[in-house]
Write a protein that binds this ligand. Structure first.
Ligand code: DAH
Length: 347
């Protein structure tokens, strides 16, 4: 029996060494180690052997099995190595070449600028809030001192989500002012970047879907000086230089007094295309929060006395900033979803 084992071993090792590919190795494995292979045959014959031979025969068969498996694995690795060497030597294979870079997307230009804005306000202690895009008329208009029959609604026609117009696509991020007052305890500072919607005639500067950043600060003794200081700081950070700002009277139902804040054009000294040759850029609407708005927002709050509080608010368009930053001349590109446009703003 031991002789039989030895001849099996020699034959098998020769076959392994002679195999030239993985399929050949699998055939050898099957022939010697398969269910009906040589080793199985020996194991099956053991019960018929004289007792004193059985042990050595069993051990010998098992050792052969292990040895063969190792030999097959080693030969397989060697064949693979040969294959790689062959491909390499055939030319066209440069192991020092970096792998093809995976395709990467990039952040939308609006996201890039929004994050920058958030970073600046966060550094000034502002929280970043969010609110629903499908909003109740109450939050979008009424609580902001814009009753149902108010003429300023004319300029903010939107998309209505139900028959009686109680649910609207929000026309501004200002409704989050009210939602913040309902939940937060003064003093607080927050901004709300977000998407807004209007029934607009579309052109290079008007879209039905665009982006605003709302700001609100509520506390004791908040004054107009805090408002101008804050917005000037923000603009200086954003444009990387000291810029003048100015206030003009402006009407928004939810602030009193209300202003339009202009900033000195960061791109020129004596007038350019961006500032329409005026050297000033209209930046945002702002003002001191109207007492009606404070009353509506804090209504029912026992821990807050809206009469003892003041605040300022502002709201600016994010799309405008993005267009200025990247020199984009048509707002419709921003939400157009055209990759040829978006790929121009990698980050
Ligand atoms: N929500 C206003 C708009 O869409 C912008 C605005 C003006 C926001 C004055 C304010 C503000 O918070 O105080 O035109």
């Amino acid at each position: 029996m031991l002789e039989r084992l030895e001849s099996l071993r020699t034959g098998a090792l020769e076959r392994v060494a002679a195999a030239t590919d993985a399929a050949g190795l699998r055939a050898v494995e099957k022939e010697y180690l398969g269910k009906e292979g040589g080793v199985a045959e020996i194991l099956g014959a053991i019960p018929g052997l004289p007792v004193e031979e059985r042990r050595d025969a069993g051990r010998g068969a098992n050792e052969l099995k292990v040895e063969l498996l190792e030999a097959i694995a080693a030969r397989k690795a060697a064949l693979e190595g040969e294959l790689v060497a062959e491909l390499r030597d055939a030319g066209g294979f440069d192991p020092t070449m970096p792998p093809a870079a995976p395709e990467r997307g990039s952040l939308h230009p609006i996201t890039q600028v929004r994050r920058e804005v958030e970073g600046i306000f966060t550094s000034m202690g502002y929280e970043i809030l969010d609110g629903p895009e499908v909003e109740l008329d109450y939050y979008n208009f009424q609580a902001l001192n814009i009753p149902l029959d108010h003429p300023s609604r004319e300029a903010q026609d939107t998309f209505y989500c139900d028959e009686d117009h109680t649910l609207v696509m929000r026309t501004q991020t200002s409704p989050v002012q009210i939602r913040a007052m309902e939940r937060m305890t003064p003093p607080f500072r927050m901004i709300v970047p977000g998407r807004v919607f209007r029934n607009e005639e579309q052109d290079a500067t008007h879209e039905h879907t665009f982006h605003q950043v709302e700001g609100l600060v509520v506390g004791e003794n908040i004054q107009v000086g805090h408002l101008t200081w804050t917005l000037r700081r923000f603009l200086n950070e954003l444009f990387g230089r000291e810029l003048e700002v100015r206030l003009r009277p402006g009407y928004f139902p939810f602030v009193e007094p209300g202003f339009e804040l202009d900033v000195r054009c960061p791109f020129c000294e004596e007038g350019c295309r961006v500032c329409s040759k005026t050297t000033w850029i209209e930046f945002c609407g702002c003002g001191m929060v109207h007492p009606h708005v404070l009353a509506a927002g804090f209504e029912g709050r026992e821990d807050v006395d809206p009469g003892a509080l003041t605040g300022f608010a502002f709201g600016f368009g994010l799309d405008r900033l993005v267009m200025m930053r990247f020199g984009i001349d048509d707002i419709r590109n921003l939400m157009g979803g055209d990759l040829r446009f978006l790929e121009q703003f990698p980050c």
